[in-house]
Design a protein around this ligand. Structure first.
Ligand SMILES: [Zn+2]
Length: 308
């Protein structure tokens, strides 16, 4: 069955100023590599979906937070929420499409229009909590997807895999103690946002690792800690917060993963989904800031999602 590739031109309109690593060119780097690898022709592409609907967004972010963000949205120039997280006039438009993409991807895999999906979207989401934007994130896309799957499609067990090099503190805060969701992650520590070392809840499988951890070490930790918990949870849908900034060429962190490690990780996740979730995987872009490494890693990731 096909893999769905979802992206939208609106996601390129959001930008946070000259030299900011979370830049629109990231999406160009991905589409360039998908084209040059020939992979794009094997995918079912969708750029024609709706921005996130009010109900889906409000399951994660309260009205008051949404109103605050709209109040901050500048007519021109920038509004700085913190040193890393900046709004331009198009930010909320882009964020609405980023969250809309994952909702649409969940609908597609639930309707068996595709088995797996990758959303090449920005802004990313996993640092955004219910009421706070931070770490380049405004709406928590993967949390919107998880609650949409649970509330709209009636699923009772969802897994969120977060392999971004930074801890997905926003997603953790939203789902801690929600036994419907199992969240598995590894992340470099110490590193932004400098938390998550101690599992705050039984449904969190956090693996903090030091700088310069190799791909081989990560594979071993994943085998020992994630996989048994995933088997126990038997997820009906697997969601991925797919950040590629643990790549050894990425300067925002100091980990040693390469494309082969992303292939291996994705294969493990797909195997779990095949066993329990009828193969259903929805992956959404988080970090990844070395443009070449990002494009190559996404190609590897999508190949593994598609079993090509
Ligand atoms: Zn990251």
């Amino acid at each position: 069955m096909e893999t769905l590739y979802i992206t939208h031109p609106a996601c390129k309109l959001h930008e946070m100023g000259p030299g900011h690593p979370e830049c629109p060119e990231r999406l160009d780097a991905i589409s360039d590599q998908l084209l040059s690898s020939g992979l794009l022709s094997y995918l079912k592409e969708n750029q024609d979906f709706l921005p996130v609907d009010a109900q889906s967004l409000s399951r994660v972010h309260p009205e008051q937070y949404q109103t605050q963000l709209h109040g901050w949205s500048p007519d021109s120039g920038y509004h700085e929420i913190d040193g890393d997280t900046v709004m331009n006039p198009h930010t909320l438009h882009a964020a609405s499409y980023a969250a809309g993409a994952v909702v649409s991807a969940v609908d597609a895999v639930m309707a068996k229009e595709a088995t797996t999906a990758f959303c090449a979207v920005r802004p990313p989401g996993h640092h955004a909590s219910r009421e706070q934007a931070m770490g380049f994130c405004f709406y928590n896309n993967i949390a919107v997807a998880a609650l949409h799957a649970i509330e709209k499609h009636g699923l009772t067990r969802v897994a969120i895999i977060d392999f971004d090099v930074h801890h997905g503190n926003g997603t953790e805060a939203i789902f801690a103690h929600d036994s419907r969701v199992l969240m598995c992650s590894f992340f470099q520590y110490p590193l932004f946002p400098d938390c998550g070392v101690h599992n705050p809840a039984p449904n969190m499988v956090n693996i903090p690792v030091p700088a310069y951890t190799s791909g081989a070490a990560v594979r071993q930790l994943v085998t020992e800690h994630w996989l048994p918990r995933l088997v126990e949870h038997q997820p009906e849908l697997v969601l991925i917060s797919a950040g590629f900034d643990a790549h050894r060429e990425d300067d925002l962190a100091q980990m040693g993963l390469v494309e082969a490690d992303y292939a291996w990780l994705t294969e493990q996740i797909v195997a779990v989904a095949d066993q329990y979730a009828q193969g259903r995987v929805v992956s959404s872009l988080e970090g990844g800031y070395n443009l070449s490494a990002l494009g190559r890693s996404v190609v590897t990731h999508i190949k593994a999602l598609s079993k090509l």
